[in-house]
Design a protein around this ligand. Structure first.
Ligand SMILES: Cc1cc2nc3c(=O)[nH]c(=O)nc-3n(C[C@H](O)[C@H](O)[C@H](O)COP(=O)(O)O)c2cc1C
Length: 363
C-alpha cells in the first residue's frame, strides 16, 4: 500500500490541483484544519502583496463524502484568485480578444537564482514565463493541502508534525525591513519536529527506503531549499563519536535515549525518538534591485526581471516543510501498516506497538 501524490498548476493559472491516492477508507478530514494550514503558509513577515489577493481554501472534487474518504483517489483544488488579473495572459487555450491584464508580453530577462534561464534552455521556450509559472513556489499551496491530509492520517496513529522558522535571518522583522529598504531579499532556516513516530519507519535495506534520505529529498524538493540536516547534522562532523551518539538506556518507556543528536533516525530507520530535521533556504532570487542578466531577445546585457515578490518567505517555508515531512512520514506509515480502512491501519499499528513493547514519549 503506497501513498502517492500528483500535482499540477501554475502560479497565475486558474488553479492548483493535487490527486492523492493510497488513502484508507474512513479517514475523517477537517476542512477548517486544512484551510488553517493554507492561511499559515500565506503569512509571515516579508511576504508580497500577492498574499492579500489570495485567500487560499481547499476544494475537494472527488474521493470524499461527508468529510470521510472512500479509500479512492482524493482530488484537491486550490484556486488562484489572482488568475482574474491574468485571464488573457495565462489562458489555457489560445486567448480571445485583445490582450489585457498581466502576462501579455513575453519575459526575456532571466533572473539569476531562478529557474528562468535553465528552464527556457531545457524546454526550448521563447517566453521565460512558460518556465517560471510552474517553477514558482505558488504551487506549494496544494502540497500544504495534501500535507493536511497526511497529518490527519498520522494523527490516527498518534503522530504529530510541526514546523517553524528558526528565529534568525529572514524570520527577523528588523532584518526583513532593512532588506526591503535595500530592495534585497533574505533566506533563513526552518525546523520540523515529528513526535510519536515509533521505531521502524523506513529501512536500511535500500538507499531509496532510508527515512533520512526520503526526508532530505522531500525537503530539497521545495523551492529555494539548499541544505538539509537530520538531528545535529552538520555539527556532528566536528565531534568525537563519544559525544555524537545517543546512548541506549532502559527506563519505564522501555529502551530509551537521554539525548537525541541523531534526530530520531539511525540506519535510515526511525528509532522512536522525536524526528528533528532542518532546512536552509537561500535568499529569494527576485530582487527589486535586479542583478545583472542578459536579454534573451537582443543578447545584450540587461537587468533581470523585476516582478512582485516576497522579501522573505522563511516562515511560509516552515509550513511547507511541515507538510513535506508529514507527507513522507504518512507514506512510510502506509507502507508499514497498510490496510484498506482506517480501522485496519490503526489495528496494525496497535499490534506492532504491542510486539515491540513501545509507548510514545509523553503518552
Ligand atoms: C514559500 C516560498 C515562497 C517563495 N516566494 C518567492 C518569491 O516571492 N520570489 C522569488 O523570487 N522566489 C520565491 N521563492 C523561491 C523560488 O521559488 C525558487 O528560488 C526558484 O523556484 C528557484 O528554485 P531553487 O531556488 O530551488 O533553485 C519562494 C520559495 C518558497 C518555498
Amino acid at each position: 500500500m503506497s501513498l502517492e501524490l500528483a500535482t499540477a498548476g501554475e502560479s497565475h493559472g486558474p488553479a492548483l490541483v493535487a490527486i492523492v491516492s493510497g488513502l484508507p477508507a474512513g479517514l475523517v478530514l477537517d476542512r477548517d484544519a486544512i484551510d488553517a494550514d493554507l492561511r499559515r503558509r500565506q503569512q509571515g513577515y516579508g511576504r508580497s502583496p500577492r498574499q492579500q489577493i489570495e485567500a487560499d481554501e481547499v476544494e475537494v472534487l472527488a474521493g470524499l463524502r461527508h468529510g470521510r474518504t472512500f479509500g479512492t483517489p482524493l482530488a484537491l483544488v486550490v484556486r488562484n484568485r489572482d488568475h482574474k488579473n491574468w485571464t488573457w495572459g495565462m489562458s489555457p487555450w489560445p486567448p480571445e480578444g485583445e490582450p489585457e491584464g498581466k502576462g501579455t508580453k513575453p519575459v526575456t530577462l532571466p533572473r539569476p537564482g531562478h529557474a528562468d534561464l535553465a528552464g527556457v534552455q531545457k524546454h526550448g521556450l521563447a517566453d521565460v514565463r512558460d518556465a517560471l509559472e510552474r517553477a514558482s513556489a505558488r504551487h506549494t499551496a496544494v502540497y500544504v493541502a495534501a500535507g493536511g491530509v497526511a497529518k490527519a492520517l498520522l494523527r490516527e496513529i498518534g503522530v504529530d508534525v510541526s514546523g517553524e522558522a528558526l528565529p534568525e535571518a529572514g524570520a527577523d522583522p528588523g532584518a526583513v525591513d532593512e532588506a526591503r529598504q535595500d530592495r534585497d531579499t533574505l533566506g533563513g532556516r526552518v525546523e520540523v519536529r515529528a513526535r510519536g513516530v515509533p521505531p521502524g519507519f523506513g529501512s536500511y535495506a535500500r538507499r531509496e527506503d532510508r527515512l533520512d534520505a526520503r526526508l532530505a529529498a522531500a525537503l530539497m524538493g521545495i523551492q529555494a531549499v539548499k541544505g538539509v540536516e537530520i538531528g545535529d547534522g552538520f555539527a556532528l562532523s566536528g565531534l568525537r563519536g563519544s559525544a555524537a551518539h545517543d546512548e541506549i538506556v532502559r527506563d519505564e518507556r522501555g529502551l530509551n535515549r537521554e539525548t537525541n543528536r541523531a534526530g530520531g533516525i539511525e540506519g535510515g530507520v526511525s528509532n522512536g525518538e522525536e524526528i528533528v530535521v532542518r532546512a536552509a533556504m537561500k535568499p529569494l532570487p527576485t530582487l527589486m534591485r535586479p542583478l545583472r542578466s542578459v536579454d534573451l531577445d537582443t543578447g545584450e546585457a540587461a537587468d533581470a526581471l523585476v516582478e512582485r515578490s516576497d522579501v522573505s518567505a522563511v516562515e511560509a517555508l516552515g509550513v511547507v516543510a511541515e507538510a513535506a515531512v508529514a507527507w513522507e512520514l504518512a507514506r512510510a506509515a502506509r507502507e508499514k501498516f497498510g490496510g484498506d480502512s482506517v480501522g485496519d491501519f490503526v489495528g496494525a499499528w496497535r499490534a506492532y506497538l504491542e510486539r515491540i513493547d513501545w509507548t510514545a514519549r509523553g503518552s
